[in-house]
Design a protein. Structure first.
Lengths: 661, 157
């Protein structure tokens, strides 16, 4: 009975979305405010209905109701509750329901969480948002219904893929979806603005918190996925330029560009059409990502043809959304005149430079991701485009962008003083060169260009700090005055600093882990040891134990450095009988300067021991620390008071907050 | 600077970036991609492919020699032809005989495929789709058409 309630709620949500679209569209077109204002309550009701459906599905998973096809296929009674919960979205149907839930949640937030939003813009945005919701609800109901029953119900479920039974991965899809779907709000606002034929600073101020929210969620979501791959898949990699990863990276690039171009629209009323274009493109990329991951087209063009209903449906959504919104753009964009003049050396030009490189990066990744599919469809040749392609295209484009990061916030609007900015960054440059020399000396035994990447990251971290130091006039005014100035700085200034510094930290991590890693494989019997990078790893014992839904072969290791024991590690190979699968659980000795990583391999036939792989990943954790900083910076910017105060700011306020972004 | 000059600077730098990107992409697409071969294709190739390629098929029954130090040897077959593969390192958890496998490496003149990466999926019933297609080409495929969109590959390097 309860699952039928969920199914019914979903159908009701579909009807409400239809009401939301029709009422707001008719109301706005006929200037009938009472009709148009129905959009907000409809959005809230739609959210409540989808929420009910989601709660019902969650209850079915938690109570292991195997009469539901989805639960039987993806859950198991022996599974810990966290993974019963994450099992809700660990499959196609449930994850699409989560997608729709977040979409409806954002719709409700637009309807009731933004009081200063002009009613007309809100109704138009809700109309677009409702249309997206309608289409995706149709997708869930007609191709991916999570509430299908099984008769007779099995006694036991098939289980969740064991590699997915992991805390980081439990929260990876929801965060990623908040990012993807948050971009739908920017999209709705962009289409609404085209519909009205007007984009102004206030519009940008309404959209920016949404962009910041989805960007922050996307950043941390991607980082969680990478963190999971690093320790769960068991070979120490953290980024593979795999199509599924690229599917989330492309919207991230475009969202980052959008984040910056919207600043120009907000501050200088410039780049209006471009910002609207990016908002639509960013959402198109999140739809493309959903399509790539959900349709099976990545596995094979042929696999896609085997089960076409879902793929074709999402492809149709993608085509209509992209085609429709870009046609609207072509028709209405000439109305969006920007009269800002761009001097080549100015804050706005720096932001434009950022946009140029970020969009080109997104295009590069797009081409690399789609090329194998296109080639296979046309010639039948099977190729794979992997890290060599992406490293040799994205890196040369990213390096000038990263080098320019510290300059951006220091340049003034309208007419920047490059000479002055360069002088202000002199000290930072000297320290950076010092760090590079030091790194070069410390890492001279290993080949590679780690010192360049670490220098680049240092440059970005210190450059971001320098901006904040200058703004509070630290050491130039009495400390108490600086402190007061620091308290008075807008949160957005700290947000920018944190996010840019976070990116620098991430670059340091990527450089260290990417070019300084080292590994060693050996056969060890109990009591034997191997040496790597100043560490000694000894295999103490091996054994077997039984977990809640798996059994495990394990090895216990002692890690020592200079004959002092620094850590005890356990590396395992787990077998999940319900799913018939195995996973590797690595042992890690983690420090800020790097991880010592142990993988237990196979036992030798002649009983002489176990194959053991030890690896060192220097600075690897900085990658995810950096992402945390970036996410936190984004959220801090989002909480900036100017986004909550709808009224235009006075000239004085604008002056002091001028360099905030 | 006059408005026109400014615009020229902007358009010029945008054009230069796009040109650079185009050059990078085209160069990379012509040099940095990896071709896939089935065992029959690899043996039938007029000259051994230069650089790294992927070889996929089934792990031939009885061909796996492991547990002898760190080098593992096995043969990849499509039922018609078979290519010996050598790999130094730990194999993925679900590497089994008669299972689908994709390896990446170099096919040397000695007739042995030296793999630097072995990919197998975290699922007993999974078969890499390139393998299925290679088997279908050689007429050895006897299963349903598999399609698994969530192909998490398990690799070892």
């Amino acid at each position: 009975m309860i699952p039928e309630l969920g199914h019914f709620a979903l159908v009701l949500a579909f009807a409400l979305a239809l009401v939301q679209v029709l009422a707001s569209f008719a109301g706005v077109s006929t200037k009938n405010d009472r009709l148009a204002n129905m959009a907000a309550p409809a959005a809230l009701a739609q959210f409540i209905c989808v929420g009910t459906a989601f709660v019902v599905l969650t209850i079915s998973f938690l109570s292991s109701d195997f009469s539901l096809n989805l639960v039987a296929d993806n859950s198991h009674t022996a599974k810990p509750w966290l993974y019963k919960l994450s099992g809700v979205w660990g499959n196609h149907e449930g994850s699409m329901l989560l997608w729709v839930l977040i979409l409806a949640g954002f719709g409700a937030m637009v309807a009731y969480g933004t009081r200063s939003l002009p009613q007309d813009l809100k109704n138009r945005a809700l109309c677009v948002q409702g249309l997206v919701g309608l289409v995706f609800l149709a997708f869930v109901l007609f191709t991916s219904n999570p509430f299908l029953r099984l008769d007779p119900a099995p006694f036991e479920g098939l289980g969740l893929n064991p590699v997915l039974q992991d805390p980081a991965l439990a929260f990876h899809p929801p965060l990623l979806y908040v990012g993807y779907v948050g971009l739908s709000v920017a999209f709705a606002f962009a289409v609404a603005a085209l519909w009205r034929g007007e984009v102004n600073a206030a519009w940008a101020r309404f959209v920016r918190p949404w962009i910041l929210l989805s960007w922050s969620a996307l950043t941390i979501g991607i980082a969680l996925g990478s963190w999971w791959a690093y320790y769960e898949l068991g070979w120490g990699g953290w980024w593979f330029w795999d199509p599924v990863e690229n599917a989330s990276l492309m919207p991230w690039f475009v969202a980052t560009a959008l984040l910056h171009s919207a600043i120009v629209t907000e501050r200088r009323e410039g780049l209006k059409a471009w910002t609207v274009f990016l908002a639509m493109t960013a959402f198109a990329f999140s739809l493309l990502g959903t399509f790539l991951v959900r349709s099976g087209v990545l596995t094979s063009v042929h696999a896609f043809a085997n089960d076409p209903a879902r793929g074709v449906f999402i492809l149709a959504i993608l085509a209509v959304t992209v085609g429709g919104s870009f046609a609207l753009f072509a028709w209405r964009a000439p109305l969006l005149k920007s009269d800002a003049i761009f001097a080549p050396i100015s804050r706005e030009s720096a932001l434009l430079f950022n946009n140029l490189l970020l969009t080109v990066c997104a295009a590069t990744v797009l081409i690399g991701t789609l090329y194998p599919l296109v080639l296979e469809a046309i010639t039948g040749e099977i190729i794979s485009v992997g890290p060599p392609y992406f490293n040799s295209t994205v890196l040369p484009l990213a390096i000038p962008l990263l080098l320019a990061v510290p300059f951006g916030p220091l340049l003034a609007w309208k007419r920047g003083d490059m000479r002055g900015v360069t002088q202000r960054l002199m000290l930072v440059a000297f320290i950076t060169i010092g760090v590079m020399i030091l790194t070069f000396v410390l890492t001279r035994s290993s080949p590679g260009f780690a010192f360049l990447g670490i220098g680049l990251g240092t440059w970005m971290v210190l450059g971001s700090a320098k901006d904040l130091i200058d703004r509070v006039k630290l050491a130039r005014l009495p400390f108490a005055t600086s402190l007061r100035r620091a308290a008075g700085l807008p949160r957005a200034a700290y947000g920018t600093g944190l996010a840019h510094a976070g990116l620098g930290i991430m670059i340091i991590g990527i450089s260290g882990a990417g070019s300084l890693h080292d590994d060693h494989v050996a056969v060890l019997a109990a009591g034997q040891s191997l040496n790597l990078g100043g560490y000694e790893l000894q295999l103490d014992t091996t054994g077997l134990y039984e977990g809640p839904n798996y059994y495990s072969e394990y090895g216990d290791f002692t890690v020592s450095q200079n004959n002092r024991v620094v850590d005890q590690l356990r590396a395992e190979r787990r077998i999940y009988p319900a799913e018939g699968q195995a996973t590797t659980e690595v042992g890690m000795h983690a420090t800020l300067w790097g991880d010592f990583y142990v993988i237990l391999g196979e036992e030798q036939d002649n009983g002489s021991g176990w194959a053991v792989t030890a690896a060192i990943h220097p600075l690897v954790r900085w990658i995810w620390f950096g992402a945390l900083f970036m996410c936190f910076g984004g959220l801090l910017s989002m909480s900036d008071s100017r986004f909550r105060i709808g009224a235009p700011r006075g000239a004085k306020a604008r002056q002091t907050g001028n360099t905030a972004s | 600077m006059r408005r026109r000059t400014r615009r020229l600077v902007m358009i010029g730098s945008a054009g230069a970036t796009l040109a650079l990107a185009a050059v990078l992409i085209l160069t990379a697409l012509s040099q940095k991609i990896t071709y896939f071969y089935g065992p029959s294709d690899l043996l039938a190739a007029a000259a051994p492919p230069v650089g790294a390629v992927r070889l996929g098929g089934l792990v031939e029954e009885g061909s796996v020699v492991r547990g002898q130090g760190l080098t593992v040897q096995f043969s990849v077959t499509d039922g018609v032809a078979s290519v010996p593969v050598r790999f130094d390192g730990s194999l993925p958890d679900l590497f089994r005989e008669r299972q689908g496998v994709v390896t990446e490496g170099v096919y040397g003149g000695d007739g042995i495929f030296q793999a630097h990466e072995v990919l197998a999926k975290h699922d007993e019933t999974y078969m890499p789709r390139e393998v299925v297609e290679a088997l279908q080409r050689s007429g050895e495929w006897r299963g349903p058409d598999p399609s698994d969109p969530a192909a998490d590959e398990d690799r070892a390097e």
